[in-house]
Design a protein around this ligand. Sequence first.
Ligand SMILES: [Zn+2]
Length: 190
Amino acid sequence: MNHAQLTALGRALRLLGEHGETLTADTPDARLHEIRDDLRRAVDLLDDSVSAGAPATRCPEHPQGPVDDSAPDLCLLCETRRRAARRSEFQGGRPRPGEPVPTAPSRYGVRGDRPQPQQRWLPELWNGQEWQLCGTPRRDRHEAEAYLAAQRRGSRPAMAYRLVHEFTDYEVLRVWGTPVRVDIEPMGNL
Ligand SMILES: [Zn+2]
C-alpha cells in the first residue's frame, strides 16, 4: 500500500465510521444509498491496496504456504518441522520419570503431543564478528562445559567461548478441580 492509497483508504474508513455514528432508525433511504456507495468505494480502495491474496495460514512466516488443517497455525511447513522435532525428541529423549504413557486418544491430544518444555545448553564461539554456535546443543550442562573446555584446549581455539542457556516452558495459569490419577479400566472390564 503506497502513501496515496493509505490516505484515501483512511479517509474512506473514517467516513464509514461517521456514518455509523449518525445512523438511527429514522435515517432516510437516500442517506442509506449514500452509505452503500461510500462502503463500495472503501472496498474498492481496499481491493487496490491489497497486493497479495488473503493469507491461507495464520503463520507469520508462511502466510501463503500450504495448509494443514490439523495444525494450530494451519501451516503445513511449520507443522512438518514441529513433527520432525517431536519425533527426534521422542526417539532421542530420555523417558521422563512419572510421565504416564498416554492411553486414551483425545481429539485435542495430551500435553505430550505438543512441543515439550526444553532446556538446552548451546556452546558458542566468538568468530571475530559475532557469537556463533560451535557444537551440538546439549541437554546436559556439564557435558556442554566439558565440550567447551576441550575446544579451548584445541590446536586453534577461538578468541572466546560462551555457554548459552536456552529454556522454553509452559506456564500453568490456573487449575480447576483436583486432578487425581485414576486407573483406566480395560474396555468391558472383564
Ligand atoms: Zn509456517
